[in-house]
Design a protein around this ligand. Structure first.
Ligand code: PMP
Length: 397
């Protein structure tokens, strides 16, 4: 039996969430998260997952996972700093560093706790963090945890960044200043202006941190947004996830040996939470090898995304300014976005509505994530549904 106070709190607040339309139900997939998924017995084209290269269900990764599990066991047995560092973790970190073009890397159990751990290990009370207004929730939470002063920078606004970088560094108020940005922004698919960021941050001696969750496996022939711009030697923290393009689970920071040594001794999720499973580590190594040896996975992702985007445009949709495979279909009104995704779902296309407060009011949308696992037929089928539903709802002519 739970306490009365808790019951009351939950009842009131759950009601409140539902009234505000902020309560999200959770769909259960019957089977894997591949290009076709089954939900409530209905097969649908899956355009909602972050599985950019289709690696979540790739046989080579599954095999590598099983092999590592058989060799090392189901779990790592301890946190990294006690005796939960297996040689497969070390191999994964060496692989990430080589892939990202840095001296060293550290692997975490997820991208979320990587941001929580890495930001707070370096930034402290008395420091300041300049943070793009559309940064991911895990960056926001990592910044809050650090105790540093958080200064929001208007989204991708280099003039605002320069002004705030100048003010923060010249005020003499802070011991050190960091700028954090997503490499690829997950809602609009726009890409951080890395060369301009580097120029400003080098001018004011500001630490740079790029969260490339949506760039890893996608940009720079899979090596990320920083590599795409050839800026590996100019970004201090190349952070990313192993859960999207890589297809498994985990997070990482790639950087100098000294930085990684510091993070391994200070980042709290590394110190106090059990390491990645051997199976996940083995599958991540295999994923990076596949990207290195087979450029066609990343190429197929971009071909599929470009094809899907041009088809959506051809039939009359507003797909925003995305520069990456992230493909929003913007309808504006929040209720219309909900109705739109519901109809798409009923017609066999699985996408999710994204509305305020996740995106600005009046820019309601459904977000599509075409990936390398989709066939042209699947994308064509999805386009047919988009055409039918869009006309029914009066979104397109
Ligand atoms: N950063 C960004 C920009 C993300 O989009 C995400 C994933 N939603 C994360 C961090 C967290 O990554 P993970 O799912 O691996 O915890």
């Amino acid at each position: 039996m739970s306490s009365k106070v808790l019951d009351q709190f939950l009842e009131t607040n759950l009601e409140d969430l539902k009234e505000k339309g902020l309560f999200s139900t959770i769909d259960v997939l019957e089977g894997s998260n591949g290009p076709i998924i089954t939900v409530n017995g209905m097969k649908m084209i899956n355009l909602a997952s972050n599985n950019y290269l289709g690696f979540a269900t790739r046989p080579e990764l599954i095999e590598a996972d099983v092999e590592a599990t058989k060799h090392y066991g189901a779990g790592a047995g301890a946190v990294r700093t006690i005796n939960g560092t297996l040689d497969i973790h070390q191999k994964l970190e060496e692989k990430i560093a080589e892939f990202k073009g840095t001296e060293a890397a550290i692997a975490f159990q997820s991208g979320f706790n990587c941001n929580m751990g890495a930001i707070s290990a370096v930034m402290k009370k008395g420091d300041a963090i300049l943070s793009d207004a559309l940064n991911h929730a895990s960056i926001i939470d990592g910044c809050r945890l650090s105790g540093a002063k958080i200064i929001r920078v208007n989204h991708q606004d280099m003039e605002d960044l320069e002004a705030k970088a100048k003010a923060a560094t010249e005020s003499g108020e802070y011991n050190k200043v960091m700028y954090i940005t997503d490499g690829v922004f997950s809602m609009d698919g726009d890409v951080a202006k890395i060369p301009e960021i580097v120029e400003i941050c080098e001018k004011y001696n500001i630490i740079t941190y790029v969260d490339d969750a949506h760039g890893t496996g996608v940009m720079g022939k899979g090596r990320g947004t920083v590599k795409h711009f050839g800026m590996q030697d100019h970004i201090d923290f190349q952070m990313g996830t192993l859960s999207k393009g890589i297809g498994v689970v985990g997070g990482y920071v790639a950087g100098t040996k000294q930085l990684i040594t510091w993070l391994k001794s200070q980042a709290r999720p590394f110190l106090f939470s059990t390491s990645l499973t051997p199976g996940a580590s083995g599958a991540c190594i295999k994923a990076i090898e596949l990207i290195e040896e087979h450029p066609e996975y990343v190429e197929t992702l971009w071909e599929n995304a470009n094809y899907f985007k041009s088809e959506l445009k051809r039939i009359g949709y507003d797909i925003g300014q995305s520069e990456t495979p992230i493909t929003p279909v913007i309808v504006g009104d929040e209720k219309l976005a909900q109705e739109f995704s519901k109809k798409l779902l009923e017609n066999g296309v699985y996408v999710k509505p994204i509305v305020f407060p996740t995106v600005p009011l009046g820019t309601g949308r459904v977000r599509n994530m075409p990936n390398a696992g989709h066939t042209k037929e699947m994308l064509d089928d999805a386009i047919k549904v988009y055409e039918k539903v869009g006309k029914e709802l009066g979104i397109i002519k």
